[in-house]
Design a protein around this ligand. Structure first.
Ligand code: EPZ
Length: 417
């Protein structure tokens, strides 16, 4: 199995470009299945999660043509209504494919979706939403099937804000009969970006990016071209990389407006940042202040940026409190940071106290999930001596050729096959 070998302590300098947003790309591939015409998705990151969702779309009958950071998808017809068992088990976002297949074919079935092991990750909000739109839900062992001769617009209130839940209902409602109203919807920037593109292809979506989204059902969707927004989680990860390992690093092709809450907190930590329209210049921090952070749905501090931020404050002078209420398992990786020399105490699964500064030592570790994985990689870059990071499929799920991009900044990191 491939792994990364890292020798810590190198100062990093130069420029790094942010790729297209993984979590926008996954949903765009699903939305492409609404149309029988060709969709071209540009600024596509070359990462494992995208490989998996494209394999699933192909398995359902879509024609896929990959290029350099772009893909053409055409689902003239959908040939299967059962999602690939093997692939759906690898990717939580596979559930986003259910709606378009249901809308076009009147039925769909799939296993319980897999993905990052960061908590229970229930699917009750999806099933309740599909039912409201008129679908019948049947369970058999760990598979479920949905069927509806015709999906109907509905009023759906989300008792809990869900990103993929909002996107799934928004996409499915595009071809439903009548009007759907989503209340307490998620507002992450990937949602208005997808709605805007769907509208250019003939959908009628209003209010995406606010808590209330209205979708007037249409008979069909045209083809078109969309450019994915930059990955805001990759942007924040690189800000922390620069704060810990710079030198001076220019982060290009990003949208600072998408990580405002994160930037406020990183500046409280004492990190110097200069902001331009699509760029951030970040200097290595000589002294890091402790900061308390609570993650929150957008526009709050993103839970996906909590693991690298937790690493950052292991280097702060004093105690930082991190509260991540969104998933139950997001702080469990801190055990691994402790094995490298950090001093992190979990008060409960959602709350950690990080006492710093601590000198980290390199050792052999394994990525438990995507965001914890990149955090351990960053830990290796600041640790004394050599770190081996195993299970790097988890990192490749979300970060394109990360070792090559870090080598260009001066990092001592090798992928060993
Ligand atoms: C999305 O996951 C992202 N994934 C996650 O990024 C991200 O951490 C998360 O949003 C929160 O921002 C994708 O977009 C593919 P949710 P999602 O539904 O949509 C509960 C990464 O590292 N919930 O917004 O699956 C759930 O348990 C990944 O890139 C229900 O209770 O998250 C959680 O507590 C990891 N029932 C809360 O809602 C449901 O049916 C928010 O989850 C669905 C969710």
């Amino acid at each position: 199995m491939p792994y990364f070998e890292i020798t810590g302590g190198k100062k990093l300098n130069g420029e790094i470009e942010v790729k297209g947003a993984k979590n926008a790309a996954l949903k765009a591939v699903a939305a492409a299945l609404l149309s029988s015409e060709k969709w071209i998705i540009k600024n596509l990151p070359q990462i494992e999660d995208i490989n998996r969702i494209l394999e699933m779309a192909e398995d359902l009958g879509a024609k896929i043509k990959r290029g350099n950071n772009k893909v053409e998808i055409q689902a003239k017809s959908i040939k299967k209504t059962r999602l690939s068992e093997k692939l759906a088990g690898k990717l939580r976002a596979s559930i986003i494919l259910a709606g378009p297949v249901l809308a076009r074919m009147g039925k769909v079935s799939m296993p319980y979706p897999g993905g990052c092991v960061i908590g229970k990750r229930p699917i009750d909000l999806f099933l309740a939403g599909f039912q409201k739109m008129g679908a019948k839900v049947k369970w058999q062992d760990d598979h479920f099937s949905l069927s509806a001769r015709k999906l109907k617009g509905a009023k759906i209130f989300f008792p809990k804000i869900s990103v993929t839940g909002t996107e799934a209902m928004m996409i499915t409602a595009v071809l439903a009969e009548g009007e759907t109203i989503l209340e307490n919807a998620a507002m992450e920037p990937e949602i208005p970006a997808l709605a805007e593109f769907l509208n250019r292809c003939g959908a009628k979506i209003f209010g995406a990016g606010t808590p209330t989204i209205r979708i007037k059902g249409v008979k069909g969707i045209r083809g078109g071209q969309m450019k994915l927004i930059p990955d805001r989680i990759e942007t924040g990860t690189f800000v922390i990389l620069a704060a810990l390992c710079g030198g001076k690093i220019k982060i290009r092709n990003c949208n600072p407006d998408h990580i405002r809450a994160f930037l406020v907190n990183i500046q409280k930590a004492g990190v110097r940042i200069e902001e331009k329209k699509n760029e951030l210049v970040v200097w290595g921090a000589e002294k890091i202040n402790p900061v308390n952070v609570t993650t929150h749905e957008y526009p709050g501090f993103a839970t996906d940026l909590q693991p690298p931020f937790t690493l950052l404050v292991t280097q702060a002078r004093g105690t930082s409190q991190i509260h991540d209420p969104i998933f139950e398992g997001r702080l469990l990786f801190t055990d691994i940071l402790n094995s490298m020399g950090a001093n992190i105490v979990l008060n409960d699964p959602h709350r950690a106290a990080i006492h710093g500064p601590t000198r980290l030592r390199g050792r052999k570790i394994a990525s438990p999930d995507l965001r914890a994985g990149i955090t351990l990689l960053l830990a290796g870059l600041i640790a004394k001596g050599k770190t081996v990071v195993e299970n790097i499929y988890q990192i490749d799920r979300g970060y394109e050729k990360i070792e090559e991009r870090l080598q260009k900044l001066g990092a001592d990191i090798k992928r060993i096959m």
